[in-house]
Design a protein around this ligand. Structure first.
Ligand SMILES: [Fe+2]
Length: 307
């Protein structure tokens, strides 16, 4: 999708699932919000340049959380521009202490580089992007360092992975703790107090039905709380697709073995499904193939989900 101007000189760029959506503020002092996944940096840089913004001129990157699909360009852009990087103080701590567990990178075998945060954000801080003022809200649950940005004048919410239109972002209780589901619910409760006329999510298209999205998300959370297997099923689905996007395609004959070597797969099946790896694998892949989300071709599996 072509960049969409959502406020004067502030552009929204819709990407896919491997790369989070990101934003470019075009000016003499350009600002970026999030920077995609590391392996697709060339495309991210092209999209930024297509707006007339030079990477070397970037003044500030605002990071909504340190997951690999949102920070992929941070290190290289900072090296080339010397820009500031602002993020929630928990995320700053993860970078300062080189904690690739808290960021999920290690657990899910994702690629990412540590970068140098220069500014720690707190709940209720105000951050300026040119003339546009945004309130920062700390919204843990999906990521402990998750923030959203809210412009009160336009009732515009940059919701990152805290609120999507039709789905919840992955809940990873192994890293975030067993109360992560409650944290996300509390974060959504906090968002519900805001008047919002448009939402720009971390993945997917912009949407206007803020109340509907909140309702759907909280219903899903209620489902998680009444049946914990749903947390496990959703995590397996999301990370399996993410793994296919990372690898682009995998040999069908060895994918099961590849997954059973991954800590996240074994642990999730252990935690939620008594270690029945074979049954879960068949269910997962079979379900995806039936829905056309995974395709088989020449002995390989790949996903039709947009990277
Ligand atoms: Fe994301």
């Amino acid at each position: 999708m072509a960049p969409l101007e959502i406020m004067n000189d502030l552009f929204f760029i819709e990407r896919g699932y491997l790369n989070g959506n990101h934003f470019v503020y075009r000016s003499e002092d350009p600002v970026l919000i999030d920077t995609g996944y590391i392996s697709d940096f060339d495309l991210t840089a092209d999209l930024i340049r297509s707006l007339g913004v030079s990477i070397t001129d970037v003044q500030l990157i605002i990071t909504t959380h340190c997951h690999s699909d949102h920070v992929g360009g941070n290190k290289i852009i900072q090296e080339q521009s010397g820009c500031d990087i602002a993020l929630h103080r928990f995320g700053k701590h993860f970078m300062d202490t080189k904690d690739d567990w808290a960021t999920w990178w290690k657990y899910f075998g994702q690629e990412a580089d540590f970068f140098g945060p220069t500014k720690a954000l707190e709940d209720s801080d105000i951050i300026s992007i040119g003339p546009h003022k945004f309130e920062i809200m700390h919204t843990p649950g999906h990521a402990s360092d998750g923030i959203v940005l809210y412009n009160r004048k336009e009732k515009l919410l940059i919701s990152s992975d805290t609120l999507w239109e039709y789905d919840l972002a992955a809940i990873n209780t192994r890293v975030e703790g067993t109360t992560a589901v409650y944290s996300l619910d509390e974060s959504l409760e906090k968002l519900a107090t805001l008047p919002v006329s448009i939402v720009y999510p971390g993945h997917g298209k912009p949407f206007k039905d803020f109340k509907g999205a909140l309702k759907r998300s909280r219903k899903k959370i209620a489902g998680y709380l009444s049946n914990r297997e749903e947390v496990g099923n959703d995590l397996l689905k999301k990370i399996t697709i993410y793994t296919l996007l990372l690898k682009r395609s995998v040999p069908e004959a060895s994918f099961f073995e590849m997954l059973t070597r991954a800590n996240w797969f074994r642990e999730t099946v252990d935690l939620y499904f008594d270690g029945d790896y074979g049954r879960k694998y068949k269910e997962l892949i079979g379900g995806f193939i039936n829905r056309g989300v995974i395709k088989q071709e020449g002995g390989k599996l790949y996903t039709t989900v947009k990277p």
